[in-house]
Design a binder for this molecule. Structure first.
Ligand code: UD1
Length: 430
């Protein structure tokens, strides 16, 4: 009963058992990037008669759900190990409520399916519960392409007034990642020129456009505030390797740091994590980057830190929970503000159960230095919170249970095995 009461929003009673206190040491690699893989899979509705193979796919439940959504369009999929091939011709623009409502990135099917069919019926998305996640910017983007949008019975119904679509000029009032994806996907086959202003510059956008460019799309300005696209009539077959997951790399760096360990995260792109790396250095941690490797030696925590999340190249909002327990290690108060998801603080209450002293003022938290943490039963309701709690538990010389395994499995493949390889005493209890 006691355990059941702890559960907030799930029926999954499995948990991660952690005996903290071991210093993590060794070499570890992140898998392919979840957020890249998901938008690339959604874009492949544009394959139409050709084939595309994606390599380095993370084997996580969000990816399996996206593949099921591709099948719902009538395309064929072949998944072997970490490689998926999408082929055939899509025949349906309607999705069931089941898969799309579980993941946030299902929104990217708006762009690809509208581009192909001029209409779509898509369930409202799910994904991490990290505060308000409206879709008004997506609707703005669709309307700029003369697409009519209605939301009824938990679905988005959208239909182009003129089809094939015509290129458009779009301004995003905030550089939303997935709304930028939709703008790109609507532009690649639209007649003439599309200009997207105030777009997201996240590495996942660059990875998507690398794939689309290989398929023959004509896209310029990616990684700047303005993307221009000249529509083409069809896209070709290709093979593409999904970039490494910068958020899993950040999570693993924090696992090593929290245990005052010494290790290397390799097969990563250190430039994707500069705000995190610089923050660690400011706290006194020795971080050296070398090609695709980040070496960490976390023996010294000599200062607090103050950071704010921003769209890329700023500190990612997904890294905000991950970096919070760092404040507990620092000898001075640390301050974090989340400007992107202002309610993304569900980890704070759970860390308090471990003895953390954290004050919250709207979208800012003040973390007091604290050496007296103890193990606890805690729960994460989203991917980054679960990992944050695991990392905090690893640093405490005590036993903890972290619930929310289904969220971990949505975002990470074999994360617990990776930590075990680094000498963590940790296992999933089903
Ligand atoms: C993506 C990532 C998510 C990450 C986020 C920000 C995926 C699957 N998810 O989510 O992990 O935390 O980028 O880097 O790639 N907003 C609106 N209206 C909209 C859309 C967004 O107000 O129509 C707001 C959001 O509430 C939020 C901000 O814009 O405050 C950023 O959201 P956005 O960039 O759209 O996040 P996602 O693309 O959903």
């Amino acid at each position: 009963m006691e355990e059941k009461k702890l559960k907030l929003d799930t029926n999954d009673l499995s948990y991660v058992r952690i005996k903290g206190g071991n210093r993590l040491e060794g070499v570890v690699s992140p898998d392919g990037a979840k957020n890249s893989a998901l938008i690339q899979l959604a874009s492949l509705v544009l394959v139409d008669g050709n084939f595309v193979t994606l390599k380095n796919l993370p084997l996580i439940s969000d990816v399996y759900d996206s593949i099921e959504m591709i099948k719902e369009t009538g395309l064929k999929t072949k998944l072997v190990d970490n490689e998926v091939t999408i082929m055939g011709e899509p025949s349906s623009f309607e999705f069931s409520a089941y898969y799309g409502s579980k993941i946030r990135a299902s929104l990217a099917f708006l762009g690809s399916v509208l581009s192909k069919f001029g209409q779509v019926k898509l369930p409202l998305p799910g994904g991490d519960k990290i505060g308000e996640r409206p879709i008004d910017i997506h609707v703005d983007v669709l309307e700029a392409f003369d697409i009519e949008v209605a939301i009824r019975n938990g679905f988005v119904f959208a239909k182009a007034r003129t089809f094939p679509l015509k290129g458009s000029s779009v301004f995003l009032r905030f550089p939303s990642v997935l709304a930028t994806v939709n703008g790109i996907l609507l532009g690649v086959l639209a007649e003439g020129k599309t200009v997207l202003n105030n777009v997201a510059k996240e590495p996942e956008i660059v990875d998507l456009t690398n794939l689309l460019t290989k398929m023959g799309a004509r896209i310029n300005g990616v990684g700047t505030d303005r993307i221009t696209i000249v529509g083409v009539t069809e896209l070709n077959s290709t093979t593409h390797e999904v970039m490494p997951d910068r958020l899993e790399a950040a999570a693993l760096m924090m696992s090593i740091v929290m245990t005052e360990g010494k290790g290397t995260v390799e097969n990563t792109i250190p430039e994707h994590n500069i705000p995190l790396i610089e923050t660690l250095r400011r706290c006194g941690i020795d971080v050296v980057t070398d090609g695709d490797k980040v070496h960490i030696d976390a023996v010294n925590f000599n200062k607090g830190f103050q950071v704010e999340t921003r769209p890329f190249p700023g500190l990612a909002t997904d890294v905000q929970p991950l970096i919070t327990p760092l404040g507990l290690k620092c000898p001075e108060e640390s301050i974090i503000t989340d400007n992107v998801f202002q309610e993304r603080f569900s980890h704070v209450d759970e860390l308090r159960k471990m003895g953390a002293q954290i004050d919250r003022f709207n979208n800012t938290i003040h973390i007091k230095p604290n050496n007296k943490l103890s193990g606890a039963s805690v729960e994460g309701g989203d991917i980054r919170t679960v990992v944050t709690l695991i990392n905090a538990a690893l640093s405490i010389d005590d036993d903890s249970k972290v619930y929310g395994v289904e969220h971990l499995n949505r975002g990470h493949s074999k994360f617990i095995e990776k930590l075990k390889l680094l000498n963590a005493d940790i296992e999933i209890i089903n």
